[in-house]
Design a protein around this ligand. Structure first.
Ligand code: NAG
Ligand code: NAG
Ligand code: NAG
Ligand code: NAG
Ligand code: NAG
Ligand code: NAG
Length: 151
């Protein structure tokens, strides 16, 4: 199964109710192959780049989430996914609509560190959103820190 870029979903309106929801910044769920495009964070990535997506629930309940997804501070953070002894970290660029709020997505270069792409899904991975946000970060001012890593 492949999660597509959230672009087509931008027409849906999400009502933000920051006082009634608790931010979820770590969890255990299924890992899917995420197909990047022009994502909710407002930047265009492709399947050769190591990038990540989280569920719409996690995206829109992130602390200080904005109605405009492009300005969501989650877009300045990376996601770390662990399964067995392997760890992959990648910048969050989009959200997906998932069966479980705890499902996460990694583009091909990330997913294939865990399994053959043809498997499509890896169950029971643990994930966390890193406290690595950069205030004032902009794409024009260099983004080396934002590239993911594989261990
Ligand atoms: C995971 O999130 C919970 C709240 O949902 C928090 O209490 C806990 O400290 C977090 N754990 C890590 C490792 O960040
Ligand atoms: C994602 O796309 C942005 C803008 O096109 C680019 O600056 C960034 O380096 C890309 N991310 C990765 C991990 O390649
Ligand atoms: C992905 O984007 C990068 C940076 O814009 C570009 O160099 C590369 O050719 C693109 N790859 C594909 C498969 O589109
Ligand atoms: C949310 O925004 C407020 C006001 O700018 C700031 O004080 C607070 O630290 C932010 N919270 C997080 C988790 O970034
Ligand atoms: C992935 O699985 C397919 C189908 O079983 C196989 O043809 C391919 O060689 C595998 N790729 C890798 C990198 O193992
Ligand atoms: C999921 O992984 C945790 C450790 O990360 C393990 O304790 C648990 O038994 C696993 N559950 C399943 C269904 O594999």
């Amino acid at each position: 199964m492949v999660y597509n870029s959230a672009l087509l979903l931008l027409a849906l309106s999400f009502s933000l109710s920051p006082c009634s929801v608790v931010a979820q910044t770590n969890g255990t769920g299924d890992l899917f192959v995420f197909a990047p495009g022009l994502g909710a964070c407002g930047i265009a990535n492709n399947s050769t780049q190591l990038v990540a997506s989280v569920s719409s629930t996690v995206f829109f309940t992130f602390p200080n989430a904005t109605e405009n997804p492009n300005k969501n501070p989650i877009c300045k953070h990376t996601l770390t996914v662990k399964s067995g002894l392997k760890t992959v970290t990648a910048p969050i660029v989009d959200y997906h609509v998932a069966n479980s709020a705890e499902d996460v997505g990694l583009s091909v270069p990330g997913f294939e560190k865990f399994a053959n792409i043809t498997e499509g899904i890896i169950t029971n991975v643990t994930w966390s959103i890193n406290q690595d946000g950069r205030e004032g970060y902009s794409y024009s001012s260099g983004n080396a820190w934002r590239r993911g890593s594989v261990e």
